[in-house]
Design a protein around this ligand. Sequence first.
Ligand code: ZN
Length: 791
Amino acid sequence: MKSTRQLITLLVFGLSCATLFAQQNTDQSKFRQLGVELPTPNTYRTASGAPGEDYWQQRADYDIKVELDDDKQRIIGKETLTYYNNSPHPLSYIWIQLDQNVVDPESNTYKTKTNKLSEKMSAVQLNAMVDNSFDGGHKIEYVKDALGKALKYTINKTMMRVDLPVTLPAKSGKVVLQIGWSYNINDRLNPALAADGRGGYEFFPEDGNYLYTITQWYPRMAVYDDYNGWQHKQFLGQGEFTLVFGNFQVAITVPADHIIAATGVLQNPKDVLTAEQIRRFEESKTASKPVVIVSQEEATEKEKTKSKEKKTWIYKAENVRDFAFGSSRKYIWDALGVKIDGSPVPTVMAMSYYPKEANPLYGHLSTEAVAHTLRVYSKHTIPYPYPTAISVEASNGMEYPMICFNYGRPEKDGTYSERVKYGMLGVIIHEVGHNFFPMIVNSDERQWSWMDEGLNTFCQFLAEQEWMRDYPSGRGPARNIVDYMKADKSVQNPIMTNSESIIQFGANAYAKPATGLNILRETIMGRELFDYAFREYARRWAFKHPTPSDLFRTMEDASGVDLDWFWRGWFYTTDNVDISLDEVTEFRLDTKNPDIEKTLAAKAAKEKLENDVTYQNNKRDLAQVAVERNPALKDFYNSYNPNDITPIDREQYKQYISGLDEKAKMFMEKNQHFYQLDFSNIGGLVMPLILKFEFEDGTSTVQRIPAEIWRLNDHKISKVFAFEKAVKQVILDPQLETADVDIENNYFPRKAIPSRFELFKTQGFGRNGPQNGSNPMQQAKQMESKGQGKN
Ligand SMILES: [Zn+2]
């Protein structure tokens, strides 16, 4: 090991230890507790992170009748909304969300979107910047009370205030409203109209049919709660939804040849399904693999004609925060009954609906991925409590209670790239996973994207790694967040930023919180403490409205681990992890034994002369020096060698040894190697020190030091380690688990780390490398058809 070597002299009067601590302003310590950052606990939300004794939340029940006009691509609906005021405050008005107004021509989304022209642009790109001509938005026909009397309402962009003629009493108040509305459905694939990026229609020119995903479609109650009052921040497109729990009854009228996928349970199967479809559905409940209820042949046959008849599908859903549905005559449909340990539902129906364009990929994997997601998430949070979980293929990714829309289309020849396969699986797991966050653990998405996206992306990572051992997960592993963390701070903001103001949305709201949770689980808390506390958070806040502090507090309360430093660093700042192992100094004990020390000293003196250039060159060039020419110049010191061992040395050594205590004698006998490691914190975030010591004999050992080692000085620290064997190399964070952005300074002695470009060159393409859209499945198929394939 190349390091400075120094000797330690054991003091005869015992080891004296005088440690000087750097004086710090305690307000600046990275370990100061999260005091002012968190809201003061109260009887609604306790200091432990659990709901308090006076916790309350509102409730909204909906009875909706809606018709989908397949000729004009319109929605026409009327709803009876029953709103329960459980709050301790009387309410003289209520706020309702009109999310379709995000594509109203006067939408603030169009107005506040920034853009720039460039010399080369596609018409689609240009159009997306300037076209607000679509006649979108909720057209409110009426707002009435239960008796049909018109109520005064005021529309402020995506929010509508309804003034109540009689103040809604606190704690027990209930009001019934009737609302009639309609809107034009947007083309989901047109970027100019994808302001909400979530629902709409897709048109298939080859067969002339539409596939609808109907979302944010009915006037929805805004949330009134104990920490926002009304959450009525405008919907601009990025910050998603904050919604109230309640019960739904929805009657959906569509062309008679459509199949519907929806939140909740179908109440009138005999009116809308054939006897054979009902038989297949019953069979799927106990099947061991998905059962096809509407086959590809049946769906393709239906694409050829358009029924003029109508059918009404009636659904019920209990204790959900929203309702969405998909409708098309193109749908293939399969289902599989899943048993979830501890679920109140004996058999959860995992189901998929998809056009033929998504086969064979969707039919092969979608429903199995839904079932897998329910099992893994149930293990890590709460047992899935809803009767269905549906994945609809819709060339995008978006979540609603019990139903979500996910992409997954192969090439026309049925082959697909690895990227499409794992992209599809990842999106299905993610969107189905949203059932847990935020559909059940109902956080405020309009304010905090990370509370659902981050927690869900973390669980997605767990589920991906349980699907396949080397699943190429993009988000979760610490090493994958490094490029974002070390990027220019001007294009970063802390995780604790309002949803609409987040820059680099995917990295900030999905990847960084998910990675943080994974670091907590694998590196800081350990799986046992983490898993218990994370489950406790889900248990406490299932079917309730948690805030960030409820999560932060519960994770500490249930694990006994102080994580304030971690929340502060990872969630409230843009600091990154860059810990440098600056120096390793090796110390050996000074044995004082002249036979050892003087022999070593003589050897060192000899080596020094051998390496002295002047001494060596003079030896070659000068035949004689002065004392050689004139020996009379010599005295005692010309023949004295300080490294000669004398009887006096041996006597002094004897006396020294007899003066040492037992502990000191033990150290003398063990003759260990001592290493002082000096660290500095360059990035700002503190982290545990994971140290791998590689010894000269080829063996190694790993020591894990908690982050609290930084608690008295978060800039520079030193720590001593002792080993029987000599160390050759020390590596900090050998498994890349702390997202350290510069690993060159993690090695002592330093080691050149290949750049990402060099790695790319040496690794080539593969599972973990970019594929550049290549499709090996297609190539193999072509080889096979040419007779060049493997046998
Ligand atoms: Zn998501």
